[in-house]
Design a protein around this ligand. Structure first.
Ligand code: NI
Length: 429
C-alpha cells in the first residue's frame, strides 16, 4: 500500500507534511517527499490525513467488555466481590472468545494495534486475537487465596502449555507473558515461583501494583514493605515487567522501578472512575521510569478508546500538580506508542521508520476540531477524537478502514456478546 501526500508523525514527535509512505511485505519500505517508483498496490489519498505509529493498550482485560455498564458507583471491594467476581465465575470459553473479538474491534476502531492483556481461558482469547490480526501480549491471571505453591496451581502447567502452543503464534503477533494478579491476591511463595519460572523461560511479567491506598497499607501490614519493594525482593522485576497502575508509589519505589526498568502502565480513566487516586506520573517521568498507557478493563473505563486515556494522561497531571509544564504532548504520545511497544518486547515497532513493522494508524484531519493546522501534535493529543481514526494497519494488513472491519464480522460479534451477557445475567438472578 502507498500512502500519498500524507502528514507523518515522526520519531521525534514532530510532523512532516506531504510525505509518501510505502508498505511492502508487512514493513515500512519507503518514506520520502517524492512518490516512490514501482508498484505498491492500493493507494491511500493522504491529503487531510495524519499517519501515526500504531497505539498500544498496555493494560487491559479484553473480555471485560461483557461487564460494560454492569457495575457502577461502587467502592472497589464491593465492585469486585458483589459484581465482578460472580459475573466472571459464569464466563465460559465462548464468552472469552466473543468478548476478546469485540474488544479487538473496539481497539482497532481507536487506532490500537497491540495490547497487553491479563485474563483467563487463554486459548479461547488467543483464538480471537489471532483471528483479529492484532498483536497481543497475553497472560493468564494468577490469583491464589490459600498457601498453595505455584507449581501446584493449574497456572504452572498452563503457562508451560501456553508457551509451547501459543508463544509466537501468528508470525509472532501473539506473545505469552507470565502474571501475578497482585500482592493482595497471592502470597510470597507464588510470586517467587512465577519470578523463577519467568526467568527460566525468558518471558515477560504483567502485574497490578499499588492500585489503591488500601492495597499499599495492607501490604505494609502483611510484609512490612510497599508492594514495589515486596515484588522487587521476591525477584519478580528481574524479568522485563509491566506494572499496571502504580498510583500509590512512595519513597524508594521510584528508584526501584527505575533500576529494574519496569514499565508502569498508567490507567488514568480507570483510576479516576474507581476513585483509586492519581498516579504521580510527572515524578515517574522525572525519575526516568518508562511509562506506557492502558485502558484497564471496560468495566472500569468504560471503553477501550485509548484516545480518551491519552487526553486525560496529557491533562490530568497538570491539574493535579498545579504545574502546566508537566507531561508534554510528546511524552503522552510516547506513552501511547513507543513505550507500549517497548514494554511488550517488540523493539523496532512504534516508529514510522523504513524497515519497521507497518503498524500504522491514519487520523482524519478534515474535522472542525483539527483546524487550524498550527500544531498537529497538540491537535492530536488535545483535540482529536478516537473516532477520527480512519484506518488501522497491523504488519502491513489493513484491519479497519472507514467503518469496515476486514477480519471481524462485527454484527455477528455484537450479537454473540449480547447473547453471552444475557445468559450470564440470567444465571445470576
Ligand atoms: Ni487491571
Amino acid at each position: 500500500m502507498l500512502f500519498e501526500n500524507i502528514s507523518v508523525l515522526q520519531e521525534d514527535f514532530t510532523v512532516a507534511e506531504g510525505q509518501s509512505v510505502g508498505v511492502r511485505d508487512g514493513k515500512i519500505a519507503y518514506i520520502g517527499a517524492r512518490p516512490p517508483e514501482g508498484g505498491w498496490g492500493d493507494r491511500f489519498d493522504g491529503r487531510r490525513a495524519l499517519l501515526t505509529p500504531g497505539f498500544v493498550n498496555a493494560h487491559s482485560h479484553a473480555p471485560m467488555v461483557l461487564l460494560r455498564g454492569y457495575a457502577e458507583n461502587l467502592p472497589l471491594h464491593r465492585w469486585l466481590n458483589e459484581k465482578v467476581f460472580p459475573f466472571e465465575d459464569r464466563m465460559t470459553d465462548s464468552s472469552m472468545y466473543a468478548g476478546t473479538l469485540l474488544a479487538a474491534a473496539e481497539m482497532l476502531r481507536f487506532g490500537v494495534c497491540s495490547f497487553t492483556d491479563m485474563y483467563m481461558r487463554i486459548p479461547a482469547m488467543a483464538r480471537a486475537v489471532l483471528e483479529s490480526g492484532m498483536k497481543c501480549n497475553l497472560c493468564r491471571g494468577l490469583t491464589v487465596f490459600d498457601g498453595t505453591d505455584y507449581k501446584s496451581l493449574s497456572n504452572y502447567p498452563d503457562n508451560i502449555a501456553f508457551l509451547h502452543d501459543l508463544h509466537g503464534a501468528g508470525e509472532g503477533r501473539l506473545l505469552i507473558d507470565f502474571c501475578i494478579h497482585g500482592e493482595y491476591t497471592s502470597h510470597p511463595g507464588a510470586v517467587a515461583g512465577v519470578a523463577e519460572h519467568a526467568k527460566e523461560a525468558g518471558v515477560r511479567v504483567h502485574v497490578h501494583v499499588s492500585e489503591t491506598q488500601a492495597e499499599v497499607e495492607g501490604c505494609k501490614q502483611r510484609h512490612g514493605k510497599t508492594p514495589v519493594r515486596y515484588f522487587y525482593d521476591l525477584g519478580l522485576f528481574d524479568q522485563p515487567t509491566t506494572a499496571a497502575h502504580c498510583v500509590w508509589l512512595e519513597g524508594e519505589d521510584f528508584a526501584l522501578l527505575k533500576e529494574k526498568n519496569v514499565t508502569v502502565a498508567a490507567c488514568p480513566v480507570s483510576n479516576m472512575k474507581l476513585a483509586s487516586g492519581f498516579a504521580d506520573v510527572p515524578r515517574m517521568l522525572e525519575s526516568g521510569i518508562h511509562v506506557a498507557l492502558g485502558t484497564d478493563g471496560a468495566a472500569s473505563n468504560n471503553n477501550l478508546n485509548l484516545m480518551k486515556d491519552l487526553f486525560l494522561f496529557a491533562a490530568l497531571y497538570k491539574g493535579r500538580s498545579g504545574d502546566p509544564t508537566v507531561v508534554t504532548p510528546a511524552q503522552a504520545l510516547a506513552a501511547a506508542t513507543v513505550e507500549g511497544w517497548r514494554s511488550q518486547g517488540r523493539s523496532g515497532c512504534g516508529a514510522i521508520r523504513e524497515g519497521a513493522p507497518a503498524d500504522l494508524v491514519v487520523f482524519d484531519l478534515d474535522k472542525p476540531w483539527m483546524y487550524p493546522k498550527t500544531d498537529l501534535v497538540n491537535n492530536l493529543v488535545f483535540a482529536a477524537q478516537g473516532s477520527d481514526v480512519r484506518l488501522t494497519m497491523v504488519d502491513g494488513k489493513v484491519l479497519y478502514q472507514d467503518g469496515e472491519y476486514k477480519t471481524i464480522d462485527i454484527e455477528k460479534v455484537q450479537f454473540m456478546v449480547q447473547k453471552e451477557t444475557d445468559g450470564i445475567l440470567e444465571g445470576l438472578k
